[in-house]
Every structure is written in C-alpha cells, then in structure tokens.
Design a protein around this ligand. Structure first.
Ligand code: PMP
Length: 413
C-alpha cells in the first residue's frame, strides 16, 4: 500500500518549519531521522507521568518504568524477527554496540596473527573498533574490495575467507553508496569459513523489512535515532548463546548478580551488558517509533523509498551530475541514499547553496573516509537521503537549486 505522505508529514512538527526563510526540505535522514509527535509525546509523557529508575524501586512508578523499558525491547525483538528480548542489548548507538563487541568478544576471541575481515564500504564505526582490536592483539585487518565502486566483490570476499578470519563485519546497507548487501549470503559464507559475523545495519533496519533469523548473523547493530526514535539508543542484537558466553563490556550497577570486595558475578541477559542507569525515556520513545513504523508497514516504507530513489536518480542523471553507487537498473540492490558530484563544484559549496534554499543535505566523507577518498577519489561528496516523509517535489527542489549552484559558482550550464 502506498504511504500517505501528506498525512505522515503532519505528524512531524519540524517539517512545518522554515530554514533560511524557505520551507524546510530535509534530506539527511541517513544522519538522523526527524521525529513524529507520537515519539515526542511518548518521551514527554514518560517524564510527566512515569519517571523513575528501572529495576530498582518496588514502588508503582518504578515498576511501570521497568515494564515499559522491557516492553520496548520486546517490540524491538519482534520488529527484527528475534526470539526474545534477552538477545536485545541497548547501548548509546550503533557505534557503541560495535565497540562493545570488538572489546567484549574480540579481546577474548582474537589473538596475534588472526585475521579480521571487513569491507571497503564501511562507516568509521565499523572500521576503527576493529583497527583498535587488531592493534591491541597484533591481529591483521583485511578489507573486501569493491567491484565497480558499487558492490562487494564476492570473488575477493571468498578468496579472503581462506585466511580463516575470526570475525567478518560488514554494512547491511552502505551510508554512502546506498548499496544493499546480501547479508544472508555473506553471513553463510563467513560461518562456513568458521568466522563470527557482525552486521552494521544502521542504514538497513530503518528502511526495509529485516529478519535476523534469516540473516543468521551473530551480532546485528542499529540506532534508534535513524528510525524516528530519540538519540541515545543503539541496539545490539546478539545470538543468545554467544552473548551468554561473553564477559560484560561495562561494569557497574545493575549488570551484576552479586558483588564482593574482590569479585562479582553477572546478571542474566540482557542486563549483564547494561551497566548503570540507562536511557529510559529513549527506550520508551524508541518503542513509539517502532509502533509508528509497524503501522506503516516496512514493505511500504521500502517501496516508497525505492520509488523516490528511482525518481531522484533519473532527475539527477538529467541534471548531468555524477552519481555514485548502483544505478537505476540495480534499484533492488539500492537504498534511499544518493551521493553525487558536480563537476567544478566542491561538495560543501553545493550543500551551502542548497541550504540557502532551505534544503538540508549532508556533505563530507560521511564517516567513510577510506571509501570516499580512496575508492571514489573525492575529498568530500554531497549526499541526499530519503525517508517516509520525503516527496518528489522535494527532489525537484534540489534539482531546481542546482541552477543556483551553477550561478553562484559561475559554472557553465
Ligand atoms: N554505520 C552506518 C552505516 C551509519 O550510517 C552510521 C551513522 N551514520 C553508523 C554506523 C553510526 O551510527 P551511530 O552514529 O548512531 O552510532
């Protein structure tokens, strides 16, 4: 069923505002999504009516807050096809979740001379924690190459699996190219080679149906703030057996069963990984975000973004800009993220001129410097990214603003 975008837009107070005197055109949802009033209200209601710390008090308010927090995890588990909330750990972000795995799993399972395999299209949050682990342990960090600067080169992947990596970590969807990787096949091949698998799904879960039981990765991570939820909640889904066998990442209150002067024992899953007071209102707002997305239907969300992306690719081609990532013919393997380049114009200048027209796009290396600077050979690229509230008219506004970019930068038409 097509999304009723006009109705959706009314739920997002910020979309009714202006930027630089023009109606706001928000095309940076890959960085963070906007929030509907349902999420804003859930957070505000928590503070107005239910605020208390969780797992601590025996009084009514604390019980209610605890129950809401657990319900949030139950909803997340169902949303991604996980069996139980026991496998859902909340961290601050995708970044923190990957760091947790690199530390808590990596320090125990990776030794000197072992290989860790990631890809050339990773976000820094799925590069740097592995670099740090490799340096701590004297391990070797390898990269799967790209073919045509668009897709993972599966032959290169298979050949690198022969080094028997301990961990294979990759993005489900690239935040620069928009490429949708075949997470289930990559995971299956990694498992056959004896590796554990972490999927960075920060750009996948917000935009399409996902089922962790089909993908079968050991770790699957994403961020609530990119899917209508508040900032400060990142999800680590982990295979329960593996999580059971892992030591905690953070130590402190709540993650323990008992503490003595020299020793402590750990709480059960998922609490073993959540030390100290958590982002309770964030979790509650996140639950409201998931409820909102479920009501729309993730198939419909994906179809909406696919149609917008196809339209944008066509308009950008007509405008003569260079587009990175899979083309229209590969729309099934492309999400709603489009990085591009305009001859003679620096990415930041393009973004600045667009900003003067009320259009918010991002420009830079998008926390993927190896990909942008080494593979795309650009110092920075402008990127637009779509979500449930974006329209064709907004894409038309971008293309119209290209005229102003050329005028301001005195580029020939
Ligand atoms: N991975 C990818 C693919 C991303 O796009 C992002 C966010 N830009 C992250 C990881 C990091 O997410 P967070 O900032 O929420 O930790």
């Amino acid at each position: 069923m097509p999304l009723d975008v006009e109705k959706i837009r009314k739920d997002f107070p910020i979309l009714g505002t202006t930027a630089n005197g023009k109606p706001l055109v928000y095309l940076d949802s890959a960085a963070t999504s906007q929030k509907p009033r349902q999420v804003i209200n859930a957070v505000s209601k928590h503070y107005r009516k239910n605020n208390a710390n969780i797992h601590r008090g025996v009084y009514k308010l604390a019980e209610e807050a605890t129950s809401q927090y657990i319900k949030s995890k139950e909803q997340v588990a169902k949303f991604i096809g996980a069996d139980s909330y026991r496998s859902i750990v909340y961290f601050r972000s995708t970044t923190e979740a990957i760091n947790a795995v690199a530390r808590a799993w990596g320090d125990v399972n990776v030794d000197k001379g072992d290989h860790i395999l990631i890809t050339e299209m990773e976000h820094h949050s799925n590069i740097v924690p592995w670099q740090m682990l490799a340096k701590r342990k004297g391990a070797i960090l390898d990269y799967v190459k790209l073919s045509g600067s668009k897709f993972l080169d599966m032959e290169d992947y298979k050949s690198k699996l022969t080094s028997k990596p301990k961990m294979v970590a990759f993005a489900h969807v690239s935040n620069v190219l928009g490429t949708i990787n075949d997470a289930a096949t990559i995971t299956k091949l990694a498992h056959e080679a004896g590796a554990a698998v972490l999927v960075d799904a920060a750009q996948a879960v917000p935009h399409m149906p996902v089922d962790v039981s089909e993908i079968d990765a050991d770790f699957y991570t994403f961020s609530g703030h990119k899917m209508l939820g508040p900032t400060g909640v990142g999800v680590l889904y982990g295979n329960e057996e593996i999580l059971e066998g892992m030591a905690p990442f953070h130590g402190g209150g709540d993650m323990i069963r008992t503490v003595d002067f020299q020793e402590a024992t750990w709480n059960e899953l998922p609490w073993k990984f959540e030390a100290g007071t958590q982002n309770i209102e964030g979790a509650i707002g996140f639950a409201a975000a998931i409820k909102y997305l479920k009501k729309l239907g993730m198939e419909n969300v994906r179809e909406h973004e696919k149609a917008l992306t196809l339209y944008a690719l066509e308009r950008l081609e007509q405008a003569g800009v260079t587009i990175f990532g899979p083309g229209r013919e590969d729309i099934e393997k492309r999400g709603g993220v489009i990085s591009f380049a305009m001859k003679g114009a620096h990415a930041h200048d393009i973004a600045q001129v667009l900003d003067s027209e009320g259009i918010a796009i991002r420009s830079g290396h998008h926390c993927a410097m190896p990909l942008v600077t080494r593979i795309l050979n650009e110092p920075a690229v402008p990127r637009m990214s779509f979500y449930i509230y974006n329209t064709r008219a907004e894409i038309d506004a971008v293309v119209a603003a290209f005229g102003k970019v050329k005028e301001v930068l005195r580029l020939s038409a």
